[in-house]
Design a protein around this ligand. Structure first.
Ligand code: 5GP
Length: 186
């Protein structure tokens, strides 16, 4: 059986990556499975352990780093996020195309480890529209909103590193475009 491909979906926090992914993740012929990231951040209401993330303590995450259990990891707004290597290998060996949703640093690290991965950047129409989305999405302190925006600006500068760029304005259309790209590339 041929090994599955790696598909990286990235883009600034607040751009609606998860919503867009939900538009195409279950399309049968794409043969996708999503990698579940490990994080040390607190679970938000409605999130499920083992489905949205593997929620772990900082200590556990740090031991996973030491053991080399992660393809990549990053610290974002004071919390760790990382991609478990076992999970990715297991799914690929089953022939699944593995979708990994990460921020920009993670995307770069994955591209370096797996040069033939398909990288898609989900872009906001403008920083103003992203700010609006971040403010609408959750009640966060002004400090956190500003941190997200500062990080978003840096991520937007890295747009040239991605193979494909998809605008986020219409989530259904964005999902269809991602599906089209993946279908052509797998
Ligand atoms: P949130 O706290 O909103 O769920 O996620 C914050 C950011 O972490 C998002 O931009 C998301 O793409 C990123 N992220 C989620 N999982 C991973 C991961 O495994 N590795 C990296 N590098 N970033 C991740």
């Amino acid at each position: 059986m041929t090994k599955g491909k790696i598909i990286v979906i990235s883009g600034p926090s607040g751009v609606g990556k998860n919503h867009i992914i939900s538009e195409f993740i279950d399309i049968a012929d794409l043969n996708l499975a999503q990698s579940i990231s490990m994080t040390s951040r607190e679970k938000r209401s409605g999130e499920r352990d083992g489905i949205d993330y593997d929620f772990v303590s900082r200590e556990y995450f740090e031991s996973a780093i030491r053991m080399g259990d992660l393809v990549e990891y990053t610290e974002f707004l004071g919390n760790y996020y990382g991609t478990p290597v076992d999970n990715v290998n297991r799914l690929r060996n089953l022939g699944k195309n593995v979708l990994i949703e990460v921020e920009a640093k993670g995307a770069k690290a994955i591209k370096e480890k797996y040069p033939d991965s398909i990288t898609i950047f989900i872009a906001p129409s403008s920083l103003e529209s992203l700010e609006k989305q971040i403010r609408e999405r959750r009640e966060e302190s002004e400090e956190i909103v500003q941190e997200r925006l500062a990080k978003a600006k840096k991520e937007l500068n890295l747009i040239g590193h991605y193979k494909f760029v998809v605008n986020n304005e219409d989530a259904r259309l964005a999902g269809e475009l991602c599906a089209l790209i993946i279908r052509r590339m797998i």
